[in-house]
Ligand binder design. Structure first.
Ligand code: FE
Length: 159
């Protein structure tokens, strides 16, 4: 009989669009938040809901590894492309993709599965920073401690 192996990591069941504001980790800009769902420390990937409550420029970056996105609500686009991602859109960002995220409307929510590293670049294409599952994990850890959930709260998202 097939049963869950004792070696299998614990499952994660979370409300993606959390009503608890403390679970939304502030991004680099006003109006940008990330709700963590999984920090995959073995494959070097993470899953979060990105919430944009602003309009215009959010981030210019490169993805050396693939990203999958599913827009839950609202809409956004990339400055370099002529399409708009709207509620229900699936977006595959292939390895090598460079784009500038532009927020639209009042609010958008997008589930992202980001593998590898997100390389932040400036207008001249110079690398100015990066994010990976560990920088995001530590960012969430600091935030959860600050808002009173405790730094160990992040562990529920770590596998
Ligand atoms: Fe991207």
């Amino acid at each position: 009989m097939l049963e869950t192996s004792p070696w299998s990591p614990e499952e994660i069941v979370e409300i993606a669009n959390s009503a608890d504001e403390r679970e939304w980790v502030p991004g680099a800009q006003e109006g940008v938040h990330m709700r963590p769902l999984l920090f995959d420390t073995v494959r070097g990937a993470w899953v979060n809901v990105t919430r944009l409550r602003k309009q215009g420029f959010v981030s210019r970056h490169a993805h050396p590894s693939p990203v999958h996105g599913l827009v839950l609500s609202g809409q956004w686009h990339y400055a370099e492309r002529d399409w708009v991602a709207t509620a229900g859109s699936y977006v595959f960002e292939p390895p090598g993709d460079v784009h500038t995220l532009i927020a639209e409307g009042e609010e958008s929510l997008t589930l992202f599965w980001i593998t590898g590293t997100l390389v932040e670049i400036d207008d001249n294409g110079n690398t100015v920073g990066y994010a990976d599952t560990f920088t995001r994990l530590e960012q969430a850890e600091r935030h959860f401690e600050k808002v009173g959930l405790g730094k160990d709260y992040v562990k529920r998202f770590v596998r």
